[in-house]
Write a protein that binds this ligand. Structure first.
Ligand code: PMP
Length: 345
């Protein structure tokens, strides 16, 4: 049956768009203060606009689509994943729309807002103690074992290339179109690396097709992540720590493997936090900590490149997801982080 242009006229059919049609196609916002500060055009993809509130909806949809295509995810089936929360939210919403169940394994250190939201949307949530990747109790390994034991499909976002391919097919080309192919650099932090790698590949594809040079790709890394050292010197050494969630990595995931990353910057938390507070109170854009790391990196790259360049980055999720942490004076004070004046009234 042909897809109806006006589904309400005939009732919803299986060929009518479901919620997955609302994933992606996000606006590209000009960050006014960052642009004025640097004399560059600093633009950011508003990924907090996705139905699940984060950039990870794209990866979730790409992974489920791929599992369906390969025939491993069957009607009534189950998706199992280890996640800092956002991928679990995306997977659960897409699973709900398609009639699958979701089991989500998450470190208990992640924000209460993400925990509450996952429960609200019906995920079978399993909180586990935070453990390093080398520990068998790490949430990623727990989720893999759970999938094996239950016969569920393990989404495996870190090493499943459907993740970066989703961004290569959507986020990258969207950025190319929204900038008319005029983009000098792209900065992004990594959890799985799917966003950075997929956008890098997508921009490379678009640039090649247009006979243009590809933009510079710069990793934005928080303290406590090994990737900065890996890009700079090939050594995954770690120092410091970060209160940001969903980013930082101690290994080269399959999604990151083979990607041409030109440079890396390491951003301390206070630098990122100041930027998200400024963006919220002066420009009305509410984002989480990883977006702050991304914006800080875009500013540093703009300063390195000089005025007149155009740098694009990602606003990965919204600030409301961290109200109890990054926007909570008591939480900030406990960690000796500055409290923004308006939160202190
Ligand atoms: N920011 C946030 C808030 C996230 O939850 C994630 C994913 N864990 C990322 C950034 C990193 O995205 P990716 O997994 O594509 O590297």
């Amino acid at each position: 049956m042909a897809e109806s242009a006006n589904p309400s006229a005939v009732g919803w059919t299986t060929s009518s768009p479901d919620m997955t049609a609302a994933i992606g196609h996000t606006p590209l916002i000009r960050l006014r203060r960052a642009s004025e500060l640097t004399g560059c055009d600093i633009l950011a993809k508003a990924e907090f606009m996705n139905p699940g509130g984060s950039v990870k909806d794209r990866a979730a949809l790409a992974i489920i689509d791929d599992a369906e295509r390969r025939g491993v995810l069957k009607p009534g089936g189950m998706v199992v994943e280890g996640t800092a929360g956002n991928t679990g939210i995306g997977l659960t919403l897409v699973a709900n729309a398609r009639g699958y169940r979701s089991v989500i394994v998450m470190p208990e250190t992640q924000s209460q807002e993400k925990i509450d939201f996952l429960r609200m949307i019906g995920a079978d949530l399993r909180l586990v103690p935070a453990k390093p990747f080398r520990d068998p109790g790490n949430y990623v390994h727990v989720s893999r074992r759970l999938a094996e034991e239950t016969g569920g499909v393990w989404a495996n976002q870190f090493d499943n290339l459907a993740n970066r391919e989703g961004h290569r097919a959507t986020t990258g080309p969207e950025i190319w179109t929204q900038t008319d192919g005029r983009i000098d650099a792209f900065t992004c932090s990594c959890g799985t690396g799917g966003t950075l790698a997929g956008v890098a590949l997508g921009l490379e594809d678009s640039a090649r097709a247009a006979g243009a040079a590809r933009p510079r790709i710069v990793l934005a890394d928080p303290e406590g992540s090994g990737l900065y050292g890996w890009v700079k010197s090939g050594d995954l050494g770690v120092s410091g720590s970060s209160i940001t969630e969903g980013i930082g990595q101690s290994r080269v995931t399959a999604n990151l493997d083979g990607i041409a990353i030109d440079d890396a910057v390491r951003i301390p938390d206070p630098e990122a936090l100041e930027l998200i507070y400024d963006l919220l109170i002066h420009e009305g854009v509410s984002v989480g900590g990883s977006s702050g790391i991304n914006i800080a990196a875009a500013i540093r790259v703009a300063r390195q490149m000089g005025p007149g360049h155009r740098i694009v980055t990602i606003l990965s999720d919204g600030g409301g997801r961290y109200q109890s942490k990054l926007f909570n004076p008591a939480f900030l004070r406990e960690r000796n982080l500055p409290v923004p004046a308006w939160l202190d009234r």
